[in-house]
Design a protein around this ligand. Structure first.
Ligand SMILES: NC(=O)c1ccc[n+]([C@@H]2O[C@H](COP(=O)([O-])OP(=O)(O)OC[C@H]3O[C@@H](n4cnc5c(N)ncnc54)[C@H](O)[C@@H]3O)[C@@H](O)[C@H]2O)c1
Length: 425
């Protein structure tokens, strides 16, 4: 079987990304949401992502238009009827998915494949909500979908080879790398990752190290792109807590049990990154992220800056703000002018100082350029002064011969005794 047309159910964080990569790879893609508002929000995020690629020169405006041309939004499930593959990426709720998969089963053509993007629910159980369990499998993408290369393709004991092969080929066609695995809660990545994140919270809870040190230890010691506490904030505290509960329920192993601190943070309304995706409310504060912004810190400095500048652009500028900005600009300009004047004055004084110093030196050396070593000697030292004086040009002192010719010598050194030196000293 070859997949030619794709349906995506749910146009939230994951669904919008899946629809985008599918359309970008050239597959006609229909994305279904529960209402027009949610649909427009999801399609808007796709458009913004693509526009960002065009602005950065990563794609042309033409290929953006081609991608958008392959995308069709709908709120009607019947519009998915001719799709070969439908990827379900609706809210993580077993009852909701039961109802949705039942409705899809009735609406889709008999040989269509149904894949779920669930992170924690059993694919085998989801298959029982349809009459085609041999055509049901897991397709676990990672956030953000357009950037993350991996897809875990999950087969149950009932999934047919044909369906698995068709989905594997589609994943490669949309540019992803496939990891095939069996249906076990958390699949491969979360099975390893969730206990790691929970252990990091336990280490912090026990006071072994500060949160920054825990994250730095794993980043710098293991080369991970982000620390486990930052990652927990990014995934969302409530999401991590919920996945931990599901995995503990499945495996009954203490390493999957949510630490009391995580539970209390979630009870206190701390959600971090999870807020917004699910719209569950609560605070954006987490382990590393202190709340108050759109994202946890440090994901990438550039990204944080981009988000901040976007937020800045969105802010409506009030006339009062403009006046305040103008006043601040004038103040800054005044300070700057003052500084420039000060710098110029200081430079002028320094130049004048250097000029007067040169004058003094010239006078001292009788117009001769001063030798380098001279300035290190005592400028008006007795011996130098005596030796430099041109006695021949001086008017003779009546009754007194020039020191050297008079043969006068210092008692201490035996040198000549000059005008300023006394033979008594
Ligand atoms: N968020 C992640 O990092 C992540 C990663 C891998 C897998 N997943 C899985 O992907 C799925 C979606 O998660 P998300 O983070 O995108 O959630 P989300 O809350 O961002 O999006 C879910 C969307 O589904 C829509 N929806 C709900 N019921 C629907 C219905 N009957 N028909 C159509 N649309 C419906 C909602 O309106 C919402 O827009 C979940 O199963 C989750 O476990 C999430």
């Amino acid at each position: 079987m070859v997949i030619r047309k794709v349906g995506v159910v749910g146009c939230g964080l994951m669904g919008s990304g899946i629809a985008q990569v599918s359309a970008q790879a050239g597959f006609p893609t229909v994305v279904r949401e529960i209402n027009a508002g949610a649909l427009e929000k999801g399609l808007g995020s796709i458009r913004r992502f693509l526009q960002g690629g065009v602005d950065k020169g990563k794609m042309t405006a033409e290929s953006m238009q081609q991608t958008l041309g392959k995308l069709e939004g709908t709120t009607e499930i019947a519009k998915l009827a001719d799709c070969d593959l439908v990827v379900e990426a609706a809210t993580e709720n077993l009852d909701l998915k039961r109802e949705l998969l039942g409705a899809l089963d009735s609406a889709l053509k008999p040989d269509a494949i149904v894949a779920s993007n669930t992170s924690s629910l059993s694919i085998t159980e989801l298959g029982t909500f349809t009459k085609r369990p041999e055509r049901v499998l897991g397709l676990h993408f990672f956030n953000p979908v357009p950037l993350m290369k991996l897809v875990e393709v999950v087969r149950t004991v009932r999934t047919s080879d044909e369906a698995l092969e068709a989905v594997n080929q589609w994943c490669v066609a949309i540019g992803k790398t496939v990891v095939n695995c069996g249906d076990s809660t958390g699949f491969v990545v979360n099975r390893l990752l969730v206990p790691y994140m929970l252990d990091a919270i336990r280490v912090f809870e026990q006071g072994l190290a500060s949160r920054d040190d825990i994250d730095n230890a794993m980043k710098l010691g293991c080369g991970y792109p982000m620390g486990p506490l930052f990652l927990t904030d990014y995934v969302g505290l409530d999401t991590t807590y919920s996945i931990a509960g599901i995995m503990f329920e499945e495996f009954k192993e203490p390493r999957f049990a949510a630490p009391p601190l995580l539970k209390r943070m979630v009870l206190a309304g701390r959600r971090s990154r999870g807020v917004g995706a699910s719209g569950s409310g609560g605070s954006r504060a987490g382990f590393r992220f202190r709340g108050g912004g759109a994202h946890p810190p440090g994901m990438a400095v550039l990204r944080a800056l981009r988000l901040r500048s976007r937020a800045g652009r969105r802010r409506r500028i009030q006339p009062r703000d403009r006046a305040r900005d103008r006043r601040a600009a004038r103040r800054r300009a005044g300070i700057l002018a003052g500084r420039v004047r000060g710098i110029r004055a200081a430079r002028g004084a320094a130049r004048a100082g250097r000029r007067s110093l040169r004058r003094v030196r010239r006078d001292r050396t009788g117009g001769r350029r001063e030798r380098r070593g001279d300035r290190h000697r005592a400028p008006w030292g007795r011996r130098r002064a005596a030796s430099r004086r041109d006695h021949s040009s001086r008017p003779p002192v009546p009754g007194r011969r020039p020191a050297r010719s008079a043969g006068r010598r210092s008692r201490r050194s035996g040198e000549a005794v000059g005008m300023s030196t006394s033979c008594i000293t």
